[in-house]
Design a binder for this molecule. Structure first.
Ligand code: SF4
Ligand code: SF4
Length: 432
């Protein structure tokens, strides 16, 4: 605000900075400074809502004229003061400018290809070769056989990447199907190829895998997922792959079997560069146990995967649910915010092929097709068109679509499926 009270006849320009994200739902408005992470909320404040509508009208480009009389309104004056205090906007005396200041307002870059696909009658031909640039990560469950019987087997893979036996424990992909699949991905933007089972070391034609997976025209990083207990005695099979051709992702549920763990942790295969430990955490005790293993063995590469087992909702409320402070600390950029309004960045570009040959965008989404009957190109096209996973955004989800935080919250993950609610937060309940 000007140091002296403005005269009623004076004119000003109020400018909302273009790194500020604004969201309005009903009578609530939210302002987020993407440079500092600061969030300001206004509830039941008609004056602010009216001002936001003016700021957002396409002709205004986030700059509106305010008279001294308008600034005398306590609601307007408090809002302008807040915006200036938290570096979200500014007020300029119109007498000092030559006309209205220009401000470039960011708008979501609507997925052009999605629009082209949806409007065209030419099907995938409308987008042509560009389609394959969207295939960024493929996970292949090569088999389902496994000699273990983990309690998490039927559900963990629906929450994060993890092995599973599936319904048919004899299901296994044909090496030529895997080869054919990878040939289709040559020339795509594939950055990551995940190989999972069952117990991948029980794949009956293991000796064919090194040649198939190391095709020179497929430069994607490769990761083999295995339960730590399934690593015992597999040195020879691992040695069939050239050094550096893949990294191990070792799944570690709790409680850990101490004797077997001690044997495996010293094995050369485990000590290859790039090995990463995935600790499955269902509660505080698991978290403490994982910390102890990390410290004892000086494990550098590790992640904690919270696991919902149906009985630990309170653990999720404490460890996974987000609050306003988490969002301020995460400080999403404007680019991330704009992306989250069009696509789901967690799932966009990912495909999963199960050991029965079914292809999904993610395992919780309906089947897209089959390895035997469909091409990867058509699967990418289908998911781009349908969007039930790649374009599953909070803007379309209940109750998030009615919440001013929906572009700030992390993208919908598979935990929302597991817990049966989209609002994994402490924010929505406090707003009611
Ligand atoms: S190791 Fe993996 S596939 Fe085997 S039972 Fe456990 S979770 Fe299932
Ligand atoms: S209701 Fe949804 S969008 Fe709103 S804060 Fe909770 S998780 Fe985020």
């Amino acid at each position: 605000m000007p140091k002296q009270s403005p005269k009623k006849s004076q004119s000003f320009w109020f400018i909302l900075d273009n790194y500020v994200h604004v969201s309005v739902r009903g009578k609530s408005a939210l302002f987020y400074n993407s440079l500092t992470g600061k969030i300001l909320e206004y509830r039941d404040c008609e004056t602010v809502i009216r001002l936001v509508k003016r700021l957002r009208s396409p002709g205004n480009l986030q700059v509106v004229g305010l008279t001294g009389k308008e600034l005398a309104n306590p609601g307007v004056s408090r809002f302008v003061k807040d915006m200036r205090t938290f570096f979200m906007g500014d007020l300029i005396d119109a007498a000092l400018t030559r006309g209205k200041p220009m401000q470039m307002a960011p708008y979501p870059n609507i997925q052009q290809d999605v629009e082209v696909i949806k409007k065209s009658t030419r099907g995938s031909a409308a987008v042509g070769d560009r389609m394959m640039k969207y295939a960024a990560e493929v996970s292949i469950y090569i088999n389902s056989a496994c000699g273990l019987d983990c309690g998490l087997c039927g559900s963990a893979h629906r929450q994060f990447l993890c092995c599973t036996r599936g319904r048919n424990t004899r299901a296994e992909l044909e090496p030529r199907s895997v080869k054919n699949l990878l040939q289709q991905l040559q020339g795509s933007s594939l950055a990551r190829l995940n190989i999972l089972g069952g117990d991948i070391f029980k794949f009956s034609q293991w000796e064919q895998l090194p040649e198939i997976l190391n095709a020179p025209a497929l430069p994607a990083e490769k990761f083999f997922y295995t339960h730590y207990l399934n690593l015992a005695g597999q040195e020879k099979k691992i040695a069939q792959f050239p050094a550096g051709s893949f990294s191990l992702k070792i799944v570690v549920p709790f409680p850990v079997k101490t004797r077997q763990w001690e044997e495996i942790i010293g094995a050369p295969a485990v000590n290859r560069p790039g090995t990463h430990f995935l600790f499955i955490i269902a509660g505080e005790a698991d978290s403490d146990a994982a910390e102890e293993l990390i410290a004892r063995h000086r494990l550098e590469n590790h992640s904690f995967y919270p696991f919902f087992n149906g009985r630990n909702r309170e653990f999720f409320r404490q460890a996974v649910f987000v609050d306003k402070q988490d969002l301020e600390e995460a400080r999403p950029t404007m680019t991330e915010i704009l992306a989250r309004q069009c696509i789901n960045p967690l799932h966009f570009g990912t495909l999963t092929i199960l050991s029965n040959g079914h292809i999904h965008a993610d395992v919780n989404a309906p089947r897209l097709g089959t390895l035997a009957g469909d091409s990867i190109y058509d699967m990418v096209y289908k998911e781009m068109y349908r969007g039930s996973s790649w374009r599953r955004t909070r803007k379309k989800a209940t109750p998030c679509r009615r919440c001013t935080f929906n572009a700030l919250c992390p993208p919908l993950s598979n935990y929302e499926y597991a817990l049966g609610q989209n609002n994994l937060c402490h924010i929505w309940e406090n707003s009611l």
